[in-house]
Design a protein around this ligand. Structure first.
Ligand SMILES: CC(C)(COP(=O)(O)OP(=O)(O)OC[C@H]1O[C@@H](n2cnc3c(N)ncnc32)[C@H](O)[C@@H]1OP(=O)(O)O)[C@@H](O)C(=O)NCCC(=O)NCCS
Length: 159
């Protein structure tokens, strides 16, 4: 592994948007991303960078005592290297420092790979939001986890 995780900066936006556009049918716009990144009190946006290339990014939001995974993506061609795992570990370690107790996310019902990733961190399905994704009409699975506050370094959430 030669990449590292760090907090996202404005100069990372083009790289993040490349991944967003490659990986999601309804990619975020530059304006949406910049608004999110600017909201530092309640958001944490991070990137995995290798030799100046953005390999992946993660955006989470803290709402009261809950973490919400807003977005997570790995650059095509760099999947299966542990990039998303490391980004999630970082977000959950940050949540632990904020005494955040629970975590929630939505993921497309067909997205088995992401669901497996989240399950490794202790997320479990709790409900379905019908036609959550406007462009595809696909349902979203809502996944929930109780955070243990354990340090990063492996999946950090209780089953
Ligand atoms: C889902 C997604 C984020 C996973 O990203 P990733 O960086 O490939 O994830 P990881 O590498 O951490 O883990 C993925 C797989 O690689 C394996 N892996 C992790 N580290 C590895 C390593 N060093 N060597 C080999 N395999 C490894 C994991 O066991 C996992 O296996 P699985 O898919 O069979 O369960 C990525 O596929 C993606 O961007 N998808 C499109 C967008 C998306 O679905 N986002 C999430 C929903 S919001």
């Amino acid at each position: 592994m030669t990449w590292r995780i760090r907090v996202a900066e404005r100069r990372d936006v083009p790289g993040i948007l490349e991944i967003e556009e490659a990986q999601f049918p309804e990619p975020w716009s530059r304006g949406m991303l910049l608004d999110e990144m600017a909201n530092v009190a309640t958001r944490r946006y991070t990137v995995a960078e290798e030799d100046g290339i953005i390999l992946g990014y993660c955006g989470v939001m803290f709402v009261l005592s809950e973490l919400h995974v807003n977005t997570l993506g790995t650059r095509p061609g760099h999947e299966g290297r542990g990039v998303a795992t490391a980004l999630l570990q970082d977000a959950l370690a940050d949540a632990a420092t904020r005494q955040v107790a629970t975590a929630l996310l939505e993921v497309a019902v067909s997205n088995q790979r992401a669901q497996r990733l989240y399950q490794r961190f202790g997320f479990a399905p709790v409900s379905v939001r019908k036609r959550y994704y406007q462009k595809t009409g696909e349902d979203a699975l809502v996944m929930f986890a109780h955070l243990t506050g354990a340090p990063a370094g492996g999946p950090t959430l209780a089953p």
